[in-house]
Design a protein. Structure first.
Lengths: 74, 224
């Protein structure tokens, strides 16, 4: 089961979950994903090997996509 | 964030077009500059003290003031570097702020635990810092900054870097933000962050609290 989560004041919120063959679930996740990007969030795809990648489209086969806020120098 | 963000590059770093991108080369150069600057500070304050004593031994109090500066300035620099990361649960942690939500802190810590390997998870529990091995060295991430232990384990860089709008985010979420950004683009992460200190690991270690020392020692052991 793939998950789209947003880091927020509650710790994190799961915005959507979808299985690989679940077209409707993925479409709902894409809508939520785009809305968050519109709000300035950055989407980070976590790969199984521990690396991460910024994505601007929600991959259907992703395991975990985390929405985070931008970072800045302190 | 920019729609035209380049794949594999941190968009936050691309927005800082005027800033030179961090790399292995710039880190080596910056490390040498910091060492030269520290040596210069020592020379500038020690020399007058020695000269004063040679001319007039009764000028000892004035010479001691010079020596005190030579001691204090590098110490202050190291202390500034040691303050940068802010471990989870430390005195300056968001978890200690009035209004911090213990449940949210636990939830955030759970996700952070999911993002890191078993060893790193254990270290988070002990030190409040996340260790992450990268191409440039071993990173120690806190809520407001990061330490980078360079290969060999002898030199440490300290950086200030935070979430642009951290309001009400739990402590572990702040670290998770930095961890994800680091994993997305290590050089970009170091470009966005503001360098606070570069120098010998022992200088910084002396200014860290006991929990952070555990993490620094683990990172140095991994890079030795």
């Amino acid at each position: 089961m793939a998950r789209l989560v947003r880091l927020d004041r509650t710790g994190h919120t799961t915005l959507a979950e979808w299985a690989s063959g679940d077209g409707a679930g993925h479409e709902a996740a894409v809508a939520a994903f785009r809305a968050e990007l519109e709000n300035g969030m950055v989407a980070s795809l976590t790969r199984p090997d521990g690396t991460a990648e910024v994505v601007r489209e929600l991959p259907r086969e992703a395991e975990l996509v985390v929405l985070r806020r931008p970072i800045a120098g302190g | 964030m920019s729609e035209a963000a380049l794949p594999g590059r941190l968009a936050e770093a691309q927005a800082l077009a005027w800033r030179e991108g961090a790399s292995e080369r710039t880190l080596r150069r910056d490390g040498r500059r910091w060492s030269a600057w520290t040596a210069w500070v020592l020379l500038v304050f020690t020399t007058p003290g020695v000269v004063l004593l040679a001319i007039e031994p009764l000028a000892l109090p004035a010479a001691l003031i010079c020596f005190a500066h030579a001691y204090a300035v590098p110490r202050i620099q190291a202390a500034r570097g040691a303050r940068a990361p802010v471990p989870i649960g430390s005195a300056r942690s968001a978890a200690r702020l009035d209004g911090a939500d213990p449940r949210a802190e636990r939830v955030a810590l759970g996700l952070l635990g999911d993002l890191v390997a078993h060893d790193a998870r254990e270290l988070v529990a002990r030190s409040g810092l996340v260790v992450e091995r990268g191409r440039l060295g071993a990173w120690l991430l806190g809520e407001q900054g990061a330490l980078l232990v360079r290969p060999g384990g002898r030199r440490v860089f300290s950086w200030c870097v935070r979430i642009a709008q951290p309001e009400e985010l739990p402590a572990a979420d702040r670290v998770a933000h930095l961890l994800l950004a680091l994993r997305e683009d290590e050089e970009g992460f170091a470009t966005v962050a503001n360098l606070q200190f570069s120098g010998a690991a022992w200088r910084l270690r002396r200014r860290l609290d006991a929990r952070s020392r555990v993490a620094l020692d683990a990172a140095r052991a991994g890079m030795a």
